[in-house]
Design a protein around this ligand. Structure first.
Ligand code: SAH
Length: 250
């Protein structure tokens, strides 16, 4: 189950922080590390600070965008010390976040995303997430070092996994409750945008309507089955359109 829990570090500046994050992960039983455009990797400083966790470093995957890092995930939690204006569901308590993450990880990949040392995650990157989480801290000095933030959330994840309800041991989430992947959701929003433009509902290219609808569906958290129903509804509104490649079905 922990194998389904991925840690994503976005554009980390100091290779030492990658090593220390790998060590933090391994102490808590996490092994899946993905690096989005690290400044310097592989690097001796990363290996040095990984201490006994070089295996996590050695198997880390490097990708060029956050979207690519999380496209197969059903829940993507961006860690941020500051509240953003983007209306994504937000966890004030890492414990509550970890319980939910672990329950999804019983059947599908999920991710914890950490930002750059200097300026965290951009708004576009937050948009790739399904949720945000903040680690409660001193209001006057609440920003943790990157690897320490990884340690705290990895610890909460392990704790939630150890305390997971009996039902999660026995069987994964029923198919109708499984969440869509980020990629399936993206295809849905592309489809919705296409239909809204064809119908004449969307007339201005830069209107905020699509962003607002994305926020609405982020809060609603439709299951795969519900998303498939919505795709069917959209298809019925565009009878002449070619069959889309992704049907949104699970
Ligand atoms: N200067 C940056 C913070 C960088 S700290 C900023 O102002 O946003 C590096 C990363 O550690 C952050 O992007 C975040 O993912 C994580 N982090 C640090 N403190 C955190 C906190 N209190 N809660 C959640 N994540 C935190």
């Amino acid at each position: 189950m922990l194998a389904n829990i991925r840690v994503v570090l976005v554009q980390t500046y100091h290779p030492g922080n990658i090593g220390a994050s790998a060590r933090a992960m391994k102490t808590m039983g996490l092994t899946d590390l993905v690096l989005v455009n690290p400044r310097c990797f592989p690097d001796t400083e990363a290996s040095r600070l990984a201490a006994g966790a070089e295996d996590v470093i050695d198997s880390a995957r490097v990708v060029t965008s956050l979207k690519e890092a999380v496209s197969d995930c059903v829940q993507v939690v961006g860690a941020s010390a500051r509240l953003r204006s983007l209306p994504l569901p937000h966890f004030d308590e890492p414990e509550a976040m970890a319980r939910e993450l672990v329950s999804h990880a019983a059947s599908d990949p999920v991710a914890l995303v950490f930002g750059r040392e200097r300026f965290g995650l951009t708004n576009d990157e937050i948009r790739c997430c399904s949720h945000q989480v903040s680690i409660p801290a001193n209001p006057d000095y609440g920003i943790l070092n990157l690897a320490q933030a990884v340690q705290v959330l990895a610890y909460e994840t392990l704790k939630a996994w150890r305390q997971r309800p009996e039902s999660q041991y026995r069987q994964p989430r029923p198919a109708e409750e499984r969440q869509p992947t980020r990629e399936q959701l993206e295809h849905f929003h592309e489809h919705l945008g296409r239909v809204m433009r064809q119908s004449g509902f969307l007339t201005q290219p830069h209107a905020r309507t699509e962003t607002q609808l994305q926020a609405l569906f982020a809060r609603a958290q439709p299951s795969r089955k519900e998303l498939s129903l919505l795709r069917g509804l959209l298809r019925s509104l565009e009878p002449d359109a070619p069959e889309p490649s992704d049907t949104g079905r699970s």
